[in-house]
Write a protein that binds this ligand. Structure first.
Ligand code: AMP
Ligand code: ZN
Length: 468
């Protein structure tokens, strides 16, 4: 049974206990980058929130299937390719590659699927046809629009009253403000100089909102568990996704919507258009450690604004260093004889508080505070009577969990903590076998196998090595 977790659901505006539709398996869709430029650290804050979400779900015992789209056709990519006189694919390939390099540098785990909008044109066309069959669309000047008056639930995510909206007016732009709510474009008629596909809807290209509905449903099913993005995605993007998906299927599209607050600079949203942005490359060129950047961006709970400052980045670097120093000191100090000065209970209390923070709508600040409390206790114990070998292994195993979820332990010491965690699990498996709980013992072996750990039971006990 996976651990319980609670999330604030934008749709219900409440904190709710989370249950995936298929027990133990979470299907989630995360809006990805528009590949027309390098991502900035505001975008990366959102992608890191999603990374901590997926890592937490995995650590809590769920299987995760995550989709992140790559928006390779919209007003911005078309403009960028035209300005450079290259094809859309050549232009976007460059930024897809840069995106993967950036997320790798920050230790963001790969999603299971990274669909590109231009690879899913038939699915998008089919979705528009389903909407048409159910009376939700109309055509004007060769473009197909969604008539929002046909979908009484329109506004349920972002919270506005459809009655106040002017019926019949249209909007063609991909992005617009709430004041501008109108019938939005699903399929745009071809324009000279723009890429176009010859389809049953006429020659043209999809609007931005359509891709996420079509690709989400193609890869995760017509109803799935979690959809995420940053708060600017709530309107119009996610509101339109709900209208397109539920309008076509008549089924609830997504049950839990999670939205990250923005990264701001001096109170203003970091944005390419505002010119107040840093890319990851900017910060790496200045000599900052990617681990410190990651630490800073995950340290503030995702529903709070994160004010980016260089002082904050220096404090994050100090946090990473403290973890590394303490774990190195722990590894190199000879174990205490007897019980030592750190009771095993301190590790249990830490794990309960760390997991408790995460289970509370991913409260990473609470989880990190618990990490620092444990570091203080470890250092105090090392200064006093030392730490017994068994407790040292438990501390190291606890830090393997911290690294598994937050990814903030320096690599050189993380390898040692990973070994300690394997040994902990082998100990648990032996204990389970002793009480003839073979289901639990097999589950632990399975978990280790999945991590590439091979066990061998010998007359002298269990030995292990890494596969390959
Ligand atoms: P885009 O490439 O503009 O489609 O954005 C990719 C993701 O980053 C989307 O989920 C945006 O909502 C999110 N995003 C954009 N600006 C910020 C910001 N300043 N802070 C946090 N997330 C952002
Ligand atoms: Zn999207």
């Amino acid at each position: 049974m996976p651990r319980e977790i609670r999330f604030f659901n934008t749709l219900s505006r409440r904190v709710e206990l989370f249950h995936p539709a298929e027990p133990g398996h979470v299907r989630m869709y995360t809006c990805g980058p528009t590949v027309y430029n390098f991502v900035h650290i505001g975008n990366l804050r959102t992608f890191l929130f999603e990374d901590v979400l997926r890592r937490t779900l995995a650590a809590f015992g769920y299987r995760v299937t995550q989709v992140m789209n790559l928006t390779d056709i919209d007003d911005k990519t078309i403009k960028g390719a035209a300005a450079e006189g290259v094809t859309l694919r050549e232009f976007t390939d460059r930024y897809v590659e840069a995106f993967f390099a950036d997320i790798d540098a920050l230790g963001i785990q790969r999603a299971e699927h990274y669909p590109r909008a231009t690879d899913f044109i038939p699915q998008q066309v089919a979705l528009v046809q389903r909407l048409t069959a159910r009376g939700h669309t109309y055509v004007q000047d060769g473009s197909t629009y969604f008539r929002i008056a046909t979908f009484p639930d329109y506004g349920k995510l972002s919270g506005f009253d459809l009655d106040e909206v002017k019926a019949g007016a249209r909007v063609d732009a991909d992005e617009y403000e709430k004041e501008d709510v109108r019938d939005f474009v699903l399929w745009k008629a071809a324009k000279p100089g723009e890429p176009a596909w010859a389809t049953a809807l006429g020659s043209g290209r999809p609007g931005w909102h359509l891709e996420c509905s079509a690709m989400g449903m193609a890869l995760l099913g017509e109803s799935f568990d979690i959809h995420t993005g940053a708060v600017d995605n709530i309107f119009p993007h996610h509101e339109n996704e709900i209208a397109q998906s539920e309008g076509a299927t008549g089924k609830p599209f997504v049950r839990t919507w999670l939205h990250a607050e923005h990264l701001v600079v001096e109170g203003q949203k970091m944005a390419k258009s505002a010119g107040n942005f840093f890319t990851l490359r900017d910060l790496l060129e200045k000599g900052y450690d990617p681990l410190a950047i990651r630490y800073l961006l995950v340290s503030v709970p995702y529903r709070q604004k994160l004010n980016f400052t260089f002082d904050g980045l220096h404090a994050a670097a100090a946090g990473v260093e403290r973890i590394g120093n303490t774990l190195r000191r722990l590894a190199h100090t000879p174990p205490a004889d007897g019980e030592g000065s750190l009771p095993a209970r301190a590790v249990d209390e830490f794990l309960a508080e760390f997991d408790g923070g995460l289970a509370d709508d991913l409260n990473t600040a609470r989880a990190l505070a618990a990490v620092h409390t444990l570091l203080t206790k470890v250092n105090q114990a090392l200064d006093a009577g030392g730490i017994a070998d068994g407790v040292r292994r438990r501390v190291e195993a606890a830090f393997a969990r911290v690294d598994g979820v937050l990814g903030i332990v320096p690599k050189a010491v993380a390898a040692g903590t990973a070994d300690a965690e394997v040994e902990e699990l082998i100990g648990e498996r032996n204990a389970a076998r002793k009480v003839r709980d073979f289901a639990r013992a097999d589950a632990i072996r399975g978990e280790l196998t999945a991590r590439g750990i091979v066990l061998e039971d010998t007359p002298h006990g269990t030995v292990w090595h890494r596969a390959g």
